[in-house]
Design a protein around this ligand. Structure first.
Ligand code: PEP
Ligand code: MN
Length: 338
């Protein structure tokens, strides 16, 4: 249930509502909007239904929520959430392009990638310092040394950093360098990691598990809110189906479905979804066309030499060509490039 307070509700009235809910053994989650305060109620369904909140002073309306997730639902917040990272926006009317290599390899590689994607119009720089590799014998990333390289590339270009956190033990160090924390597909249901990512208060990109449903993705996002951050960007990155011709099947249907169910921005990762550089451009344009709020694309200055995911990485020139195709389509759809 959500308790919507009147526009002119006083602090005393809001506190009284919270006291009443807590007195009934329920928990209150406060969301202060520009005009109204909305109080989400968590707890036993029966207890919630028995509370006559409509008659409490300052309360405008009470809205029941049928879905298993609450705070990320459109019912809780009607307007799109727009996440502002140092003036670069994700959500609403914006299309955010996040680009960079799969993993941070050397300072030269990172600086060259950052300069290239910045010049071609990316708004964010991606790069993994902690890598979740399927094989434990593959390159695992440079760790904090890699984060420092990202920081230098940010200093050189001004591009905010998107980087993955794999483990709660690394949360503080990753959060120190990251402008947006990324939770990968394999960790979508690592609930402790989600709570800890929320605790940092940083924006979080939550990738859909390749074997997870849309509802499960939203429940995971709810954990991040529970942890303490509601700045969440959902990312469709392909799911496993019987079809082997691409790495996974990019579920573009999930984009408009999610945009209906949640106020959170939804982006698409065409690189990990397809595993093939040649499919990245068509699927990026598809993502834009179906209403995604951005893309997360792997770009490497020299894909042939990449230590990780070379076959799906665009070089700088192909990324530039992709941006050229994105601009007129975004303009037609009324989306501004972040
Ligand atoms: C990544 O973006 O670096 C990554 C590993 O993606 P995913 O978690 O979607 O496989
Ligand atoms: Mn990768």
């Amino acid at each position: 249930m959500m308790v919507v307070m009147k526009e002119d509700a006083t602090k005393k009235e809001i506190d009284h509502v919270i006291e009443k809910l807590e007195g009934a053994g329920l928990r209150a989650h406060i969301s202060k909007g520009e005009f109204k305060t909305v109080i989400g109620v968590i707890g036993d369904r029966e207890k919630i239904q028995n509370l006559p909140m409509e008659v409490v002073p300052g309360v405008e309306s009470v809205i029941p929520i049928q879905k298993p997730y609450k705070f990320v639902s459109r019912e809780f917040r009607h307007e799109d959430t727009v996440i502002d990272v140092g003036g670069r926006k994700v959500g609403g009317d914006y299309f955010a392009v996040m680009a960079g290599p799969c993993s941070v390899e050397t300072q030269e590689q990172m600086s060259e990638a950052a300069e290239g994607v910045d010049k071609e119009g990316a708004a964010f720089l991606r790069g993994g310092a902690f890598k979740p590799r399927t094989s434990p014998y593959s390159f695992q990333g440079l760790g904090e040394e890699g984060l420092k390289m990202l920081a230098k590339a940010k200093e050189e270009t001004g591009l905010p950093i998107v980087t993955e956190v794999l483990d709660v033990r690394d949360m503080d160090v990753v959060a120190e360098y990251a402008d947006i924390l990324q939770i990968g597909t394999r960790n979508m249901q690592n609930y402790i990691l989600l709570l800890e990512a929320g605790r940092t208060g940083k924006p979080v990109i939550l990738k859909r598990g390749f074997g997870s449903t849309v509802d499960e993705l939203l429940m995971s996002a709810e954990y991040i809110v529970k942890g303490g951050s509601s700045q969440i960007i959902l990312c469709e990155r392909g799911i496993r189906t019987f079809e082997p011709s691409a790495r996974t099947t990019l579920d573009l249907t999930a984009v408009p479905i999610l945009k209906n169910l949640t106020h959170l921005p939804v982006i698409v990762d065409p690189s990990h979804a397809t595993g093939k550089a040649g499919l990245v451009t068509p699927m990026s344009l598809g993502a834009l066309a179906v209403g995604a709020d951005g893309i997360l694309v792997e770009v490497h200055p020299n894909p042939e030499e990449a230590l990780c995911d070379g076959p799906q990485s665009l070089d700088i020139a192909s990324f530039g060509a992709l941006m050229e195709k994105i601009r007129p389509i975004a303009a037609t759809l009324g989306k501004k490039i972040s």
